[in-house]
Design a protein around this ligand. Structure first.
Ligand SMILES: NC(=O)c1ccc[n+]([C@@H]2O[C@H](COP(=O)([O-])OP(=O)(O)OC[C@H]3O[C@@H](n4cnc5c(N)ncnc54)[C@H](OP(=O)(O)O)[C@@H]3O)[C@@H](O)[C@H]2O)c1
Length: 364
């Protein structure tokens, strides 16, 4: 083994103490230098081409991992050049913002931290299935989120789900006031439809729409022309289809009944996990020549769709973070992308993405 490979191996194994050999940090091996812009003008943010979804570190993705390890992992993500970190009041509730605050507040002027309001949370308990985007609630969440996140300003404050009981103009107007007061920098929407986006944007320019998007859920593409017209960025959430597109799940995969919502979703039944494997096969086929994994191909595909797209995959593992980061360096030729999309357009997904209750909360 030559010296360079030896040093690389040491870095990967984390062995650099007391050997007298110069320390190699992971940051030298994995670095995102590519940036993208979400939004337009005064309400734009320049961010790393790939963000980080913090949710799964405390919520909905299985048994809780070691907290210290998660803090170290978030620090690594920062070292690697990630500058967009996403959380929400509902994740926990509150535990995820607290973790993000503990790990990330020290980088507050160098990164962008985004969070969300809009679910009805009373005294730290989620009033299941109920939304609340009343202006006084938005203000309350902003104050409390700032404290939990230990920051002075929320970079994007997203409405998590459109609340049919509160006119979107009132929601946008409230966020506009918070922006004037310096507590929020930019406004975002999640899973909103075209009409809502247009109305909201008139009151307060929207910086980003955050909705589910990946090769197995392409509905947001119908909104892209409007995003382009208005200069709004797009942040695909669950960009690996909650981990499925990494290609490691099969009918024997079990989901923690206490803290993993995948067990309740129709796309994660034993049957769906098997029947949708053709999507992994497609990613593998196109990844072969590029020496890329299915997870990397799934993320690279998202990045190839539009220049204003910034996916936010989540992970609790260093090797997955490193793998995902390298997706930024994988490109498709125009022809490859057209061929991939042509094959994809002929494939049908087995199983709905949400149950009926959840589906009611997303706009077309
Ligand atoms: N706005 C909304 O309504 C909404 C809804 C859901 C999520 N989100 C946001 O989107 C973010 C990401 O969503 P998500 O966590 O649902 O889905 P995701 O990013 O598609 O998938 C995360 C899952 O994939 C696994 N994973 C990640 N990289 C991997 C790799 N390279 N190989 C194998 N497995 C890998 C992770 O497990 P390991 O820990 O084992 O890596 C984790 O269980 C969240 O953190 C949150 O910020 C927003």
């Amino acid at each position: 083994m030559n010296r360079r490979n030896f040093l690389k191996l040491m870095a990967v194994m984390g062995i650099y103490a007391s050997t007298g050999i110069p320390k190699i940090t992971y940051a030298e091996e994995y670095k995102i230098s590519k940036k993208r812009i979400l939004g337009k003008g005064d309400y734009s943010l320049e961010v790393s081409a790939l963000g980080f979804g913090v949710m799964g570190m405390t919520y909905n993705r299985g048994p809780l991992p070691n907290r210290k390890d998660m803090i170290n992992l978030l620090h690594k993500a920062y070292d690697y050049g990630i500058t967009l970190f996403d959380t929400a009041e509902i994740y926990g509730p509150h535990t995820n913002e607290i973790l993000a605050g503990e790990a990330l507040s020290k980088f507050k002027n160098k990164i962008h931290i985004t969070t969300k309001f809009g679910h009805d949370i009373v005294n730290g308990k989620y009033n299941y299935g109920k939304l609340n985007s009343r202006p006084e609630q938005i203000r309350k969440v902003a104050e409390e989120s700032l404290k939990r996140l230990k920051i002075d300003r929320i970079d994007i404050f997203y409405q998590h789900r459109v609340d049919p009981k509160v006119p979107i103009e009132d929601v946008a107007g409230t966020v506009k006031d918070l922006i004037k007061e310096g507590k929020v920098r930019c406004f975002g929407l999640c899973e909103a439809g075209i009409e809502t986006i247009r109305k909201a944007h008139k009151e307060q320019p929207v910086t980003a729409l955050q909705s589910e998007y990946h090769i197995m859920w392409r509905e947001p593409e119908t909104i892209f022309p409007v995003l382009e017209e208005l200069g709004i960025g797009f942040v695909p959430y669950s960009p690996l289809n909650r981990g499925y597109l990494a290609g490691k799940m099969d009918k024997n995969t079990k989901f923690d009944p206490k803290n993993d919502n995948r067990g309740t979703l129709l796309r994660f039944t034993q049957e769906a996990l098997e029947k949708n494997k053709k999507f992994i096969t497609l990613l593998e086929k196109y990844g072969k020549n590029k020496n890329a994994t299915p997870a990397q191909m799934a993320l690279a595909w998202l990045l190839a769709q539009k220049p204003y797209i910034v996916p936010i995959p989540g992970t609790t593992k260093l090797n997955h973070l490193q793998e995902n980061i390298n997706a930024v360096n994988i490109s498709f030729t125009k022809l490859e992308l057209a061929q991939f999309n042509n094959e994809l357009s002929k494939m049908e997904v087995f199983g709905e993405r949400y149950n009926k209750e959840q589906q009611k909360q997303v706009e077309k």
